[in-house]
Design a binder for this molecule. Structure first.
Ligand code: ATP
Ligand code: MG
Length: 418
């Protein structure tokens, strides 16, 4: 019987059999993170940010939690009385985490005790034992008297003896029994995937242009996933756009905040600027000119909030205002980098992410957006920047005042995750 063949590190197991949580409750979670482990001397900054974020995100979950780091691992300890599902759901939204492993920690009291603990683990966690398994031992502490291979083989034997209905499958096991020899012995057989990415707060801040559509919440999520703190700006046009359209944007921000943490949202009254553009500029250029002023105002607040860039949900060719010529025309007004994480994505892939982060259902609610109020029947798809600038000159005598008023009357809302 082949119980060897462990590939050790990187042997990530996606669970196929769900543990019987009602009969067994873990006290500890082993948190795995990949990318941040490679950051050399800055590693502690990333680990500390991760620990801080985990503590922060768990503050509203039932139970009391301790979060500690120990040589390349982060542990979340509970007193055993906590909401398991909510804890796992919360952890699986924290950027930087690649795997959440409910784990048992045992003092090292010799190999026999280790085998007993593994058997007890299986007994508790799996009601039906007719599964295939593989033992995957790792020694982070090299003074253990057996090698990983020896542990794999010997523990495998004991498991087969204790549960004759199990079988070994080293290539595609249904249950991976992980044993890590650290100061404590870690036993776990489940790894729930985390979102990956980098811990929030390790990469600066950026200003998201957040509309009520499908794309911009996804764009914000994607940049936040790289550790960037997100502020947001929304343009509305009352009375042409309703209070409910604004509420929809706040609701979207709440959803994104489940991942990104609290979002400072600027709500700009854009009506008078839009009306002025509508009145004075060629109608086929309305959208582009309007978007240029949106970028300028968003950049004003980005500067004020010490952001290092803007974020939009634009994607090449999606609509007339997102051709490469149009993107060049809107980009031209900004001095900050504009991050467009969806730029090369297809709508279906964007929708998949919006479903995953649970913004889709809110995004498709049918409230009007300020971009859809004043639209031309035939917008330019290849705007000429010089002509656009010429058209904008027609706003010269009013625009400074209008911009100032829009900025001065902007409402700031602190949006927390719901
Ligand atoms: P979305 O689904 O994000 O609304 P869209 O496909 O509707 O995008 P546009 O309406 O052309 O595309 O907007 C492009 C981008 O400009 C949006 O992704 C968003 O970042 C920004 N934007 C558009 N309208 C607004 C608005 N009312 N307030 C803030 N930002 C906006
Ligand atoms: Mg839109």
């Amino acid at each position: 019987r082949d119980v060897l063949g462990s590939r050790g590190l990187g042997d990530v197991y996606k669970r196929q059999i769900k543990p019987e949580q009602e009969s067994y409750m873990y006290k500890t979670f082993l948190i795995k993170y990949a990318e941040i482990a490679i950051k050399g001397k800055n590693r502690y900054i990333f680990e500390d940010a991760l620990v801080k974020n985990i503590k922060y995100q768990l503050r509203n979950v039932d139970g009391s939690f301790e979060v500690r780091k120990e040589s390349g691992r982060v542990y979340v300890e509970t007193d055993g009385d906590y909401d398991y599902d909510e804890t796992v759901a919360t952890l699986s939204r924290i950027f930087g985490i690649v795997g959440i492993c409910p784990v048992e920690l045992h003092e090292d009291e010799g190999f026999d005790k280790l085998c007993e603990a593994v058997i007890e683990h299986i007994n508790h966690v799996y009601k039906d034992k007719s599964f295939t398994f593989k033992v995957n031992a790792r020694r982070a502490r090299k003074n253990y008297p057996m090698t990983s291979m020896e542990i794999n083989a010997a523990v495998g034997e004991k498991v087969l003896e204790a549960f004759p209905e199990t079988r070994v499958d080293v290539h595609n096991p249904q249950v991976m029994i992980n044993i890590e020899i650290r100061p404590m012995i870690n036993i776990y057989s489940e790894e729930i995937p985390g979102p990956g990415g980098m811990p929030l707060g390790t990469a600066g801040k950026a200003m998201l242009l957040l509309s009520g559509g499908i794309d911009s919440p996804v764009a914000g999520y994607m940049i936040a996933k790289r550790g960037v703190v997100i502020n947001a700006t929304y343009f509305h046009a009352p009375p042409y756009t309703s209070e409910r359209a604004k509420q929809k944007v706040v609701d979207l921000a709440k959803k994104v905040a489940r991942y990104s943490g609290r979002i400072k949202l600027h709500v700009v009254n854009f009506t008078d600027i839009q009306l002025a553009i509508y009145e004075k500029c060629p109608h086929d250029e309305l959208t582009i000119i309007m978007r240029r002023y949106m970028m300028k105002i968003a950049e004003h607040f980005a500067d004020e909030d010490k952001c290092l860039g803007l974020i939009t949900g634009e994607s090449i060719g999606q609509v007339a205002s997102q051709t490469m010529q149009s993107l060049a025309a809107t980009n031209e007004v900004c001095h900050m980098p504009v991050y467009r994480p969806l730029i090369a994505m297809d709508k279906n892939d964007i929708i998949d992410i919006s479903n995953k982060i649970d913004t889709y259902e809110t995004s498709i609610l049918p409230y009007e957006d300020c971009c859809t109020i004043f639209v031309a029947k035939h917008p330019v798809t290849k705007p000429n920047i010089n002509r656009i600038k010429k058209s904008e000159e027609r706003l010269n005598d009013v625009i400074d005042e209008l911009m100032k008023t829009a900025i001065d009357t902007t409402e700031v809302i602190m949006v927390d995750a719901e």
